[in-house]
Design a protein around this ligand. Structure first.
Ligand SMILES: Cc1cc2nc3c(=O)[nH]c(=O)nc-3n(C[C@H](O)[C@H](O)[C@H](O)COP(=O)(O)O)c2cc1C
Length: 402
């Protein structure tokens, strides 16, 4: 039976799940649902966790484990753990300056931080506040080429060397909680307004005294009289380029001079195309179950994608990573590193930078311990034979294939 610490001191959380339980209590319902919710029946959201739990681990014994090796080289940077903070938009709803807190927590631990297009701190603010950040930028393909070009020039100008193009969200998934919580865009229902009154700590950490922040990266592209949350949300909605296709990605490949990563790949045929296009990496991702409900768990798609892309580009994975053992499983199946979405958001929601750092530290400790207990203290030595699979598991073929 799982028992959770019931206080509010995030430092006493023993797991990401405990941080999530604290965040649930700290946040008003609409903000919690924004963080936690998935699309429609949330089948994919649940599957992400279920799939990780169905992969077993097969330990070897009598292996000395004085120290573990978890370092990875990702796009020329040696990082101490196979973890990157992934892009999440509108983080300022959880905590004032949440993007800065996440960037600081990652940077202090030598890990990259990815800023979303729809972030609440701008590219320039992040670099000014955290100059040594290994900053990745996530791009939503926008209809207006002047806006997109300007965003890319700004990313380049602040020293960002890794661009993630998100391809699975040109249309927003059907998130019913979002429709329920707002009577019209960005206007909370009466019930949710009362709920806000019941969460004074959140109100103080996120809203008081300036109100919720707007989308800092795109603010400058809005007409002066529309620089509000409503204006920014409307702008982004109208700007999402539904014409995004492989040709558009090829043009981006030609124009972006640094690493280009495609985020939102589940099909091995798409991984093959990404390799053929000369991309530097891809993220096996279903957007944390927030887009197409019914899509498979990312971890279930990894083996087939690794079969066609491993060694040809950098393989990243996200969706459902909450434990060090999840990271271990992803690496054993071919991922070079994982992106963290909600795991660090829970932390930032309850403790700002220190809370996000606590989530990272918990995952790092769990990963190191699991490697030692598995009898594989060197992450680079992991492979599929370290996993315990049943005959009907999607990975069972991998054991005989080898
Ligand atoms: C609150 C929230 C906001 C997100 N915003 C973005 C975004 O702006 N851009 C993007 O590419 N992905 C976004 N994502 C998806 C994440 O990058 C990532 O794919 C997902 O969170 C991984 O699943 P997990 O949170 O279960 O680990 C968002 C996810 C969440 C939970």
């Amino acid at each position: 039976m799982r028992r959770f610490h019931s206080g509010s001191d995030f430092r006493r959380a023993h797991s990401v799940a405990e941080l999530a339980a604290m965040a649930r209590r700290r946040l008003p319902n609409f903000a919690w649902e924004y963080l936690e919710g998935g699309a429609e029946e949330e089948v994919t959201l649940r599957r992400n966790r279920q799939a990780f739990s169905e992969i077993g681990l097969l330990p070897q014994t009598l292996v000395a484990c004085h120290e573990t090796h978890t370092r990875r080289s990702i796009f020329g940077a040696s990082i101490p753990l196979p973890m990157i903070i992934g892009p999440t938009g509108y983080n300022g709803m959880l905590h004032r300056d949440a993007d800065l807190h996440l960037a600081r927590a990652a940077t202090k631990r030598g890990l990259p931080f990815t800023l979303s297009t729809v972030s609440t701190s701008s590219l320039e603010q992040i670099v000014a506040a955290v100059p040594e950040v290994n900053l990745w930028f996530q791009l939503y393909c926008l209809r207006d080429p002047r806006v997109q070009t300007d965003l890319l020039q700004r990313a380049d100008a602040v020293g960002c060397k890794t661009l993630l193009l998100t391809s699975d969200a040109v249309l927003l998934g059907n998130r019913e909680w979002d429709k329920r919580n707002f009577v019209k865009p960005r206007h909370l229902s009466l019930r949710n307004k009362f709920d806000v009154l019941r969460h004074p700590r959140w109100f103080k950490q996120a809203v008081w005294p300036h109100g919720l922040p707007i989308l800092a990266n795109v603010e400058r592209y809005l007409p002066a009289d529309q620089r509000t949350i409503e204006g920014a949300a409307h702008f982004i909605g109208a700007q999402m380029d539904t014409g995004l296709d492989w040709e558009a990605l090829a043009r981006l490949r030609d124009s972006w001079p640094h690493q280009l990563v495609l985020k939102g790949v589940l099909h091995p045929a798409d991984a093959e195309k990404a390799v053929a296009l000369g991309l530097d990496g891809l993220v096996v991702s279903n957007h944390g179950g927030r887009q197409l409900d019914g899509a498979p768990a990312s971890i279930d798609c990894l083996p087939a994608i690794a079969a066609v892309a491993k060694g040809k580009l950098t393989l990243l994975l996200d969706s459902g990573v909450r434990r060090g053992t999840d990271i271990l499983k992803a690496c054993a199946l071919g991922a070079d590193a994982v992106l963290l979405g909600r795991a660090t958001l829970y932390g930032v929601a309850v403790g700002g930078e220190a809370g996000a750092g606590h989530a990272l530290d918990l995952l790092a400790q769990e990963l190191r311990l699991a490697l030692a207990l598995l009898g594989k203290p060197d992450l680079d030595q992991l492979d599929r034979l370290d996993l315990h699979v049943t005959s009907n598991s999607p990975f069972s073929m991998s054991r005989t294939d080898e």
